[in-house]
Design a binder for this molecule. Structure first.
Ligand code: VGL
Ligand code: ZN
Length: 224
């Protein structure tokens, strides 16, 4: 990624939270909504999670957790296919439809076995309302109901959030934006994310929008 400046001299402390977004089988190659190279970020995420634990910061996992009849699935719209454009009222669903993924209780909804889930202090599930999607770890797409993440972070006096995981241009992006808009300083661990880039160009737009908004970018060097 060109034109991105990485923050320097970031010292993690107890008012920081690492938010690891949707590291579930369905988003990893072999799953139903695979993000290219999604498996390649697992070790790096484990390493950064260890650093956060060592510094007594919070580690939070989000988990996409859909009912089988979720309206973000193309299979629940006769005649539609995954990737087709679809925008419902309030942008509750869309801008595109997805293959069936992260159905509650299935293997695809489980965290990848190599992810060190024991390092997590909290798991936040999202996307349970069948007619509203939740890309953000904080709230539903229609902004009418929250997941409990903000309440949790506030109970721990969190001031800064660091976002990584899958997918860069959907759930990571909306989590970072909401976090910023809810008043946290928001940092994006861009090397520890991968995107779907649907529609094409979506990753670039997401990165530009975050930069413009005031979300900061960090990499491994930022913590040294
Ligand atoms: C996601 C599409 C649908 C994500 C979740 O985790 O980025 N993307 N559901
Ligand atoms: Zn989903």
């Amino acid at each position: 990624m060109e034109h991105v400046e990485f923050e320097k001299n970031i010292k993690i402390d107890k008012n920081d939270a690492l938010i690891i977004v949707d590291m579930q089988y369905d988003f990893i190659p072999g799953g139903s909504l695979p993000v290219e190279e999604g498996d390649q970020i697992i070790n790096g995420i484990n390493d950064i999670a260890k650093l956060f634990k060592k510094k007594t910061a919070q580690v939070v996992l989000t988990q996409d957790w859909h009912p089988k009849k979720h309206l973000s699935f193309a299979s629940n719209h006769p005649g539609k296919s995954p990737g087709d454009e679809y925008i419902s009222d309030n942008r509750a669903i869309g801008p595109i439809l997805w293959p069936d993924h992260c159905i509650q209780g299935t293997k695809g909804a489980k965290f990848h076995k190599d992810l060190k889930v024991d390092l997590a202090d909290k798991v936040i599930k999202k996307g349970m309302n069948p007619s509203v999607d939740s890309y953000s770890g904080f709230q539903d797409n229609d902004k009418k109901s929250e997941t409990g993440l903000r309440e949790y972070l506030n109970s721990k006096k969190i001031k800064r959030i660091f976002v990584c995981g899958l997918a860069l241009d959907y759930c990571c992006y909306y989590t970072a934006l909401d976090g910023f808009n809810f008043g946290y300083k928001a940092y994006f661990l861009v090397d520890l994310t991968r995107g779907v880039d649907l529609p094409e160009g979506n990753i670039k737009t997401a990165l530009e929008t975050m930069k413009k908004t005031g979300i900061k970018f960090v990499n491994n060097e930022s913590f040294k």
